[in-house]
Design a binder for this molecule. Sequence first.
Ligand code: ZN
Length: 204
Amino acid sequence: MKLICIGRNYAKHIEELDNERPEHPVVFLKPDSSILLSKHPFVIPPFSNDVHHEVEVLVKIKKIGKHIDEKFAATYYDEIGLGIDFTARDLQAQLKEKGLPWEKAKGFDGAAVIGAKWLPVSDFESVDDISFRLESNGEVVQQGSTREMLWKIDALISYVSQYFTLKIGDVIFTGTPAGVARVQENDKLKGFIGDTEMFSINVK
Ligand code: ZN
């Protein structure tokens, strides 16, 4: 399975990192080896002093497809999750400056948190109005709604499927809202969709 990630999908997050607003969705992949094993802590890797949390809504693909028309995209998923796209921001900045790929900064072991809990799409009035947040040590550090996405879930599925065949079990990370920040040892991170706790992890 593959993890397809979207960058720069929330206007305020683009501003906070001083990035350009993209013309098309920014797409990158994380390997399956980057998935944080369940019940394991997230260990800050030795090559970074500035690992950021990026909380993101996840979409699990249930059907194989390519060149998917946006109007049929909703038939390719029926579960919504929440996760973290951990990013070694210092390393990413170096790579970006040199015009090199980001993978080392975003695809390292443990960099992908996929909450164990998945919610059926039928739980939501609309997938384009899902409120979510990340708490660090009990304080809200990021919050957003899929309403604020520059490209909504169905548009993303259509777009990425022009390049990558989507397979059963693939997960799409749909981008992070503002509020990304450095994690520190002993932080306790909890993600919520509405009032439902989707994951809880410790940083070591
Ligand atoms: Zn991200």
